[in-house]
Design a protein around this ligand. Sequence first.
Ligand SMILES: [Mg+2]
Length: 227
Amino acid sequence: MGLRAMIDWQAIDTVFLDMDGTLLDLHFDTYFWVEHVPRRYAEKHGMPLADAKDYVMKRSHSMLGTINWYCIDYWSNELDLDIALLKEEVDHLIAVHPHVTDFLDAVRASERRVVLVTNAHMKSLALKMERTQLGGHFDAMICSHEFGMAKEQPGFWQTLQQREPYDPRRTLLVDDSLAVLRSARDYGLSWLLAVYQPDSTEARRDVGEFDAIESFADIIPQAYLKR
Ligand SMILES: [Mg+2]
């Protein structure tokens, strides 16, 4: 049985979509933080690349799961580097996963609400939308920075109601972060899907207790499944 059969589109009227690793290939972000930032940091501070990699990784791990981890301004300050500018240097690596635009078009044609809900900083969102031209495919785009908390933090999904009212029982969330899926489940979102391969250059991931998609081709709603 394919996932298409496991998603009951008649029971869903809102779709929340994560950006990095879900709609877009996580390879850009991984390469950026594991290779590019340490390289520039090493150059700036005249230190060996291996040491810079170690340092950046330790610093970033200490902020995991918090809004700072996703904050360009925070890291620009902490590392004394222009993180937004560094992203532009490697922006050719920003790529949309296969079947994403077909999926977005089909969901919108079915008259369901499609909302991008991301932990990415506004500057990252702007760069990625400029590079991919995906922006026009959503009814709304929301950065968790607006609320000062990350999607995996308790309270996020409740707070989102003020900006984007939704019925948790009739909402589908697709997100590559298991921590985010768990926090959404705790708030009562009924339809949750993980992503097997957020980074196209890495092996399939363990998706814990969640169902997951190989690609968005798995869940494209049929044209007759209008809301
Ligand atoms: Mg993600």
